[in-house]
Design a protein around this ligand. Structure first.
Ligand code: ATP
Length: 281
């Protein structure tokens, strides 16, 4: 089966620039993990970030989301410079998921999503302790919004299940729901299909299209080339911290330097995927 048989993406409605990262560089001592990388993401775009292991993809995400303060370079979001502080980044409208699942295992799916929502509520510590009418109203709204998001990602029926008891693919969806609860304009997904079976991967792809169709932009790191080439409007390939090529899936897939980079890195069979994946035109 070809990739294009698997899903039927709708045409992207690309708008103004949401994210503009320019000259982002991150040095760890003597190691230049990210070197002078630029990335622009527009409204309604799905952008893929690929590259062999250790290429700097997650480090670049960490620079975009304020977990790391870049050694140099600038990140602008919705036209304004973005301070490298995770809390401010989330408030500005950028959310993310992590390579390793970071859920609260002993909380229900619903509670996990509610936690994500609290950055948009206004009840302070005193209101929360006193549990007055304002707090109760916000809590009701937060709960309703969280349930709506669980339904959006296909987990409406398991909202009262403990996160740790959910199957792996559902835990990944739950992470996405929690990120969406912050009301982002842009969501960054770090290896959202890692460890998934082919059916879960197809569902993840459908969910990302649905997120895009709801008006968000998406940047996704992934090693699964079929998934990336089928999903993305544009792909940036990093190698040893530097941008090797940025282009449409077809352009990136047919660039011999990309295949070489994966083979040279002694990768995890991704090089076969780069050549074999059939991309949307
Ligand atoms: N906090 C850190 N301190 C020192 N070195 C780091 C740190 N984080 C990442 N690195 C190094 O930076 C380089 C890029 O790592 P990074 O995790 O960003 O790559 P990646 O492309 O996401 O890899 P993978 O696909 O394996 O997740 C690697 O050499 C890594 O060892």
């Amino acid at each position: 089966m070809t990739v294009t048989d698997e899903v039927t993406p709708t045409a992207p409605a690309v708008g103004g620039v949401v994210l503009e990262a320019s000259g982002v560089t991150m040095r760890f001592g003597g190691l230049l993990a990210v070197n002078n990388v630029n990335l622009t993401v527009s409204e309604g775009e799905i952008v893929g970030l690929i590259g062999p292991n250790g290429a700097g993809k997650t480090t670049f995400f960490n620079c975009l989301t304020g977990l790391y303060k870049p050694t140099s370079g600038q990140v602008r979001f919705a036209g304004k410079p973005l301070a490298p502080k995770p809390r401010l980044v989330v408030r500005a409208g950028m959310a993310r998921t992590f390579q390793n699942i970071r859920l609260f295992g002993n909380m229900t799916a619903l509670e996990n999503v509610m936690v994500g929502r609290y950055c948009r509520t206004s009840s302070g510590a005193i209101t929360s302790i006193l549990r007055g009418p304002k707090f109760r109203r916000e809590e009701r709204e937060t709960r309703a919004k969280a349930q709506e998001l669980l339904e959006f990602v296909g987990l409406g029926k398991v909202s009262e299940h403990l996160a740790r008891n959910l199957p792996y693919g559902d835990q990944r969806r739950l992470e996405i729901a929690r990120a969406l609860a912050t009301d982002p304009k842009l969501i960054l997904l770090d290896e959202p299909t890692a460890g998934m079976n082919p059916q879960e991967t197809r569902q993840a792809s459908d969910l990302i299209f649905k997120i895009r169709d709801s008006g968000l932009s998406v940047v996704v790191i992934e090693h699964d080339m079929r998934f990336i080439f089928n999903l993305c409007d544009r792909v940036l390939c990093l190698v040893r911290g530097e941008a090797l090529i940025e282009g449409t899936p077809a352009e990136v897939q047919s660039d011999p330097r990309v295949i070489e980079a994966y083979i040279g890195a002694g990768g995890d069979d991704d090089d076969d995927d780069v050549q074999d994946a059939e991309v949307k035109s």
